[in-house]
Design a protein around this ligand. Structure first.
Ligand code: CP
Length: 359
């Protein structure tokens, strides 16, 4: 196995870097922060903390959930997209990582290539959180396992059937469900099935935690025992020239339709990471139907991001300064401004600087 170039203690790149107990504690933290939010009392655990958000691809849920999470936790976020920052064009990943580390306390990165995210984490002195790469989508996976636990309770022995293309959400689903002792099935046409290395990775979890991992093209048989049916897009922006062959391979057998869902047991839920192509991988009837939890799942991205940000950042940044220390520095600055004659609009009111009080 290749040496890891990042530090899982600092960064969040892959759920496979953690043991189940640590991920369970993370889910408990997310539940606690969700409850606090529902009471309108989200604790400001990241007061004055800055999050730099790099997006090489578009995003609705990831961008909004991270930004809103930071505001609720007392910090703030900056949206940085290609063309607006120099990374990868006029500046190396190393230099970008070092500069952002001096100005931000934590970085979220959605990068086209997994290696870019890993390289950022490697050189960054502050935590880097993977917001989706061509390999995996770990923040989505945390949200999804939290949603499954919320909806189904104890997950051991439950079955998740992922129907459709071997996307980055598919890999993350195979790994997170088996980490929690679930049975996972990838149901897809042969040319679009999970590769052997993904299955081996899931099998490592099965060996430790129970459950099972199966790949099949028999979707009708697979959903007969499903507690969760999950699907994702059949093509992404760089695959648009493959649409005719992909549509022909998946349609109609692998479309999550009312007919397919009618074959699932009582209590089975439908999940989708979104965005969805309605009428393609899923019908309106299913996504808007009684088994669908897709909007609860989408909301949980917000609560999951709060938990992940606190897990990785709280304790790495200094506690907010005491009111006395703030008053001291304000006084020092205002005295300086008065001395320089730059206090024409706001004359200095604060006490003059002396020995700084302690925190
Ligand atoms: N599920 C997800 O990552 O959504 P966005 O692409 O909108 O962030």
């Amino acid at each position: 196995m290749a040496a890891r170039l990042y530090d899982p203690e600092k960064d969040f790149i892959d759920t496979q870097d953690y043991d189940r107990e640590e991920l369970e504690r993370l889910l408990d933290l997310i539940a606690l922060l969700k409850d606090a939010d529902k009471d309108g009392a989200c604790p400001e655990l990241l007061r004055d903390v800055s999050l730099g958000m790099i997006f090489e691809e578009p995003s609705t849920r990831t961008r909004v959930s991270f930004e809103v999470a930071m505001v609720k936790l007392g910090g703030h976020a900056l949206y940085l997209r290609p063309g607006e920052i120099h990374m990868g064009a006029r500046e190396s990943i190393y230099d970008t990582a070092k500069v952002l580390s001096r100005m931000c306390d934590v970085i979220e990165a959605r990068t086209l290539k997994h290696e870019t995210c890993v390289e950022l984490a490697r050189w960054s002195d502050v935590p880097v959180i993977n917001g989706l790469t061509d390999v995996n989508h770990p923040t989505q996976a945390i949200c999804d396992i939290f949603t499954m636990r919320e909806q189904l309770g104890d997950l051991r022995g439950r079955t998740c059937v992922f129907v459709g293309d071997r996307t980055n959400v598919c890999s993350s689903t195979l790994w997170i469900t088996t980490m929690f002792g679930m049975n996972v099935v990838h149901a897809a046409p042969a040319a679009y099935q999970a590769p052997a290395e993904w299955v081996r990775e899931a099998q490592r979890n099965v060996d430790r935690h129970g459950g099972s991992v199966t790949v099949t093209d028999d979707v009708l048989d697979a959903v007969r025992i499903a507690d969760v049916v999950y699907t994702d897009l059949w093509w992404w922006v760089d695959q648009e020239d493959e649409i005719p062959e992909r549509r022909a391979a998946f349609m109609p057998t692998f479309q999550v339709s009312a007919d397919l869902m009618s074959r699932t047991p009582e209590g089975c839920i439908f999940m989708h990471c979104l965005p969805a192509s309605r009428g393609v991988e899923v019908t309106d009837e299913v996504i808007d139907g009684p088994q669908s939890v897709v909007f609860d799942q989408a909301e949980n991205r917000l609560h999951a991001e709060k938990g992940i940000l606190v897990w990785k950042t709280y304790g790495r940044v200094g506690q907010p300064a005491s009111p006395d220390l703030r008053a001291h520095h304000r006084g020092a600055a205002e005295s300086f401004l008065a001395t320089a004659g730059w206090d024409r609009v706001h004359p200095a009111k604060a006490p003059s600087a002396g020995t700084p009080p302690t925190r």
